[in-house]
Write a protein that binds this ligand. Structure first.
Ligand code: BGC
Length: 507
């Protein structure tokens, strides 16, 4: 059962499913599996009427976040006052604390005397984040980051050109919900995406990073803290003037756009006056992963509720937990586990469910399945499903290969989950576009789901069309692959800030 009862489809499910989901022709399943698929389809399918209902509430939560502080969707002010001119130049360092890696980049911006494709240069090293760090302590986090930054500076020889007295500007991409009183300040509100490091929430991550840098006397000057969505917006606008929204559909999900200052009602008079001197707009980091934390419209299934209850922050990031990459593989695991427990799949012989030792498989290991598995199943369009069969056998550590019908069912479930995710992702961007009167332009999207999930773009575009009332082929708002926001985008924000300081210092 879902949280909300609205599940109309009218047509016989099996007939409409193939077309609705763009499923490649499927063998008919044994009646018990067909019945399970019908049930899951009813739970996961979001008809246009549901999308409209979600967007309606989304619009009002976005507006509330602009009007007042401490709302469910935070709509954080970022102090990024304009999109780049495309002529920003110089050399910068950036740090990006992602879900899996810490990326350190040395970015050179050439400005518009170079063709679009060669305006930026990037040298980057990725350092794997030990999983213990994600649930460790604040000193361990800052020590890890500063040590890797020091290693990068040593290995690239940058220490020969810069010193603590003549530092290289540093930008920090920190993609968690933060309030920002200035561009170089960011107070973490709550960890998301499975991070749970003690002692960081409620503190200024810029100050902590600065302290770690100063202890090691590193030749860098932290000038900005940037969300990955703001990075995507800025990096893409550097070479594509049609960019209207920066979005991330990856481990987490979120978007940023340039809002008119008059739309940000919650700004104090002082803030507004200061901002107005620097431009008529400001980038807003929506933090819409928190949409509908009150659970008023999102049709959560029992398994969505289970994911939430077992997460480090139950009750938070309700939207993200249904739409983002971190959770899609987990949802798939829980659906299969439920089917296996009830003896519907993977059990052989007369003993039924008891013949399968679930604990010997990966089905009982939380977060054992990556969203990449769903993508790989979707890409297997051969009728024998040989690739899916082998993949399920090995990834789930099953004692024997799944039957053809089980593989077909698993593949259909992967599609159901991915389609629901993509349609939800469209709701957030559609709500922004409707609220801000954005009628055309490019949504610069980054993240593993946007980049690697087959069909995401088409499903997202179709849902946008249903909500906004246009034919998909004619779509005036298009999803495009974002430029590197966390590296290049962050460096461009640093460049704009360095230019601004020089300009305002000289005034
Ligand atoms: C974070 C956002 C981020 C998004 C995508 C969410 O969990 O709260 O700040 O933009 O993930 O990475």
């Amino acid at each position: 059962m879902t949280d909300t009862a609205d599940q109309p489809t009218g047509e016989p499910l099996a007939h409409s499913r193939q077309q609705r989901l763009g499923l490649s022709p499927m063998p008919s399943l044994p009646p018990d599996l067909e019945q399970e698929l019908d049930r899951l389809d009813q739970e996961f399918w979001l008809p246009t009427s549901k999308l409209e209902q979600i967007v309606h509430r989304f619009r009002s939560e976005l507006n509330q976040g602009l009007a007042a502080h401490a709302q469910n969707i935070a709509m954080h002010q970022t102090w990024v006052h304009s999109l780049p001119s495309g002529n920003e130049r110089g050399t910068y360092l950036t740090l990006d604390l992602g879900g899996t890696n810490l990326r350190v980049s040395h970015v050179t911006l050439h400005g518009d005397n170079k063709p679009r494709q060669s305006r930026t240069e990037l040298k980057q090293t990725q350092y794997r984040i030990p999983s213990t760090l994600k649930t460790g302590t604040a000193p361990q986090l800052w020590d890890f980051i500063a040590t890797k930054l020091a290693a990068f500076i040593r290995e690239t020889g940058l220490g020969n050109y810069f010193s603590p007295a003549r530092p290289i500007p540093l930008g920090f991409t920190f993609s968690y919900p933060c309030t920002q009183a200035r561009l170089d300040h960011a107070e973490l509100q709550t960890w998301t995406k499975g991070f749970d490091i003690a002692g960081v929430e409620g503190t200024d991550v810029a100050a902590s990073l600065r302290a770690a840098i100063s202890t090691r006397r590193l030749p860098v000057d932290l000038v900005c803290v940037v969300n990955d969505t703001v990075g995507a917006l800025v990096a893409s606008a550097y070479s594509d003037p049609e960019t209207v929204v920066g979005a991330v559909f990856g481990t987490g999900c979120n978007a940023a756009y340039m809002a008119g200052l008059d739309r940000i009602g919650k700004m104090s008079r002082g803030e507004r006056e200061a901002a107005r001197k620097r431009g008529p707009k400001m980038a807003v980091n929506c933090e819409y992963g928190a949409f509908d934390n009150a659970h008023a419209v999102l049709p959560r299934t029992a398994l969505d509720r289970e994911i939430d209850a077992r997460s480090p922050r139950p009750g938070e990031q309700a939207f993200e937990k249904m739409a983002a990459g971190l959770y899609l593989g987990e949802l798939f695991r829980l659906v299969l586990l439920d089917l296996a427990r009830r003896g519907r799949v993977f059990s052989r012989g007369s003993a039924g469910a008891e013949s399968l030792d679930l604990d010997a498989t990966k089905l009982t290991t939380p977060y054992a399945l990556d969203t990449a598995l769903l993508s790989a199943l979707e890409t297997d369009t051969r009728s024998d499903l040989a690739a899916s069969t082998a993949l399920l056998h090995s990834t789930l550590a099953l004692p024997s290969p799944p039957t053809h019908a089980e593989a077909a069912l698993a593949r259909a479930i992967a599609v159901l989950i991915s389609v629901r995710g993509a349609r939800l992702c469209a709701c957030g961007v559609a709500a922004i576009c409707q609220n801000e009167g954005i009628e055309r332009g490019h949504v610069a999207a980054d993240g593993s789901v946007a980049n690697k999930q087959p069909g995401f773009r088409g499903r997202w575009g179709a849902a946008m069309g249903e909500i906004l009332g246009w034919e998909e082929e004619a779509s005036p708002i298009r999803l495009v692959a974002a430029e590197d926001g966390s590296g290049v985008g962050c460096a461009i924000v640093a460049a704009m800030e360095v230019e601004r300081r020089a300009r305002e210092g000289a005034e």
